[in-house]
Design a protein around this ligand. Structure first.
Ligand code: SF4
Ligand code: SF4
Length: 139
């Protein structure tokens, strides 16, 4: 995920030692909470899209979404692992813009968030019974 440079950043230091460093690798809640939509051409290789077409569903005439995220209990089909324990994105290098532009960035010394996306992170983690990331990082 990348950082939206136009917004102020909140840096949450990560306590050491951490078993895996980046706390997102022990979470994954946002990949199993939101509908992940994007412009349809991102899943069309003939238009330069990188998202594997078999992992995308049509949403509207102009939007597609990650398979598994447009349902009552979303979980992206590309998410591997167990929420809150250990996860990874099976298509990390090919993930859609909505994932790339989520304002969360692992920076080695901590996790940088835009305020808006820190709120989304907190919302997703709460839905999975996980504490706000700052408190989790102090654990
Ligand atoms: S919900 Fe927050 S901590 Fe969890 S994977 Fe998403 S951005 Fe990372
Ligand atoms: S494509 Fe990857 S980063 Fe995006 S929601 Fe799915 S698992 Fe998460």
């Amino acid at each position: 995920m990348s950082t939206q440079e136009s917004q102020p950043l909140i840096v949450i230091p990560v306590a050491t030692p951490q078993p895996t460093g980046n706390p997102c690798l022990r979470c994954g809640a946002c990949c199993a909470y939101f509908r992940v939509s994007f412009y349809w051409a991102e899943a069309d290789p003939s238009h330069g899209g990188t998202v594997p077409p078999d992992l995308a569903d049509d949403l509207t005439p102009v939007l597609s979404c990650m398979k598994g995220t447009n349902q009552k209990h979303p979980r992206c089909a590309a998410l591997i692992g167990e929420i809150g324990r250990g996860v990874r994105c099976a298509i990390y290098e090919e993930r859609p813009s909505s994932c790339r532009e989520f304002g969360v960035e692992w920076a080695g010394e901590g996790v940088r968030f835009t305020p808006e996306d820190l709120a989304r992170c907190t919302q997703a983690r709460a839905a999975w019974g996980l504490p706000q990331i700052a408190r989790a990082s102090k654990a």
